[in-house]
Design a binder for this molecule. Sequence first.
Ligand SMILES: NC(=O)c1ccc[n+]([C@@H]2O[C@H](COP(=O)([O-])OP(=O)(O)OC[C@H]3O[C@@H](n4cnc5c(N)ncnc54)[C@H](OP(=O)(O)O)[C@@H]3O)[C@@H](O)[C@H]2O)c1
Length: 263
Amino acid sequence: MSNSVAIAATAAPVSGPGTVIVIGVTSAIARALAGEFAKHGHDLIVASRDIEETNAIATDLSVRHNVKVISKYFEAEIFGTHATFVDECIRDANGSLDGVVIGFGFMDEQSVAEAKFEVARRTIDVNVTATISVCEKFATQFETTRRGFIIGISSVAGDRGRQTNYIYGASKAAMTTYLQGLRNRLFKSGVHVLTVKPGFVDTKMTFGLPLPGPLVATPEAAARAIYNANEAKKNTAYVPWFWRYIMLIIGSIPEFQFKKMKL
Ligand SMILES: NC(=O)c1ccc[n+]([C@@H]2O[C@H](COP(=O)([O-])OP(=O)(O)OC[C@H]3O[C@@H](n4cnc5c(N)ncnc54)[C@H](OP(=O)(O)O)[C@@H]3O)[C@@H](O)[C@H]2O)c1
């Protein structure tokens, strides 16, 4: 499905940084991150499977930050559309492509994913297969131009399999390993790959879950941390930072004990 709308900036074009593509921009984290890039003068291509909402986000970002924003339709599970989507993004960036953000992701309750194979498969299809499908295409482009960055939003859930979240966790472990290999491949081309591992962020994905308040970040705080980590060319960013130490502790529990625990 080709469906793109260009929203012009309200004043003179912003010179400076190039275009950043944010895929899955209806995600609260991705939307806030798009805002961070726009705030720093980047033009944007934003995409999601809800084109009306994407158009509204594009208009808001364009007016608020005085940058050019193009909106596009993107459905992660229809893999056959990805090549055209990526080609159109590269064409519309018009030689100014700086980087891409993989902001889409899917999680259902663990009990639902256990009972319904189609839910388990969607978790893998969206978080792993679609990520690989899209990133491989952008990686080839970035290798040719010898510049660019890829930000993938994985999760701390991929660091250790837990009975309460292991199907989603398995998808994020695969995503983390995929991004690690991609970073290793693209390093020699001067292309940076950032793996983001959020803990708890207050979004519609976590809405209604019994989360420990002090450990929950806002999407805006998460976006600032991700932007700064990318600027600093960090390889992996735990968001907020203290999750690195929480996961260090969780990761150090011996398996013979861990298998008896419920976390
Ligand atoms: N929130 C947290 O605590 C947390 C923690 C760790 C990692 N993460 C990761 O952070 C990323 C962003 O999530 P979020 O927390 O901001 O949640 P969110 O608001 O629920 O965002 C998820 C995004 O993925 C999109 N999506 C899902 N299935 C799709 C499909 N088949 N095709 C296209 N887009 C699809 C959603 O589109 P629709 O709006 O159309 O549904 C939405 O834009 C995800 O990868 C998530 O796993 C979140």
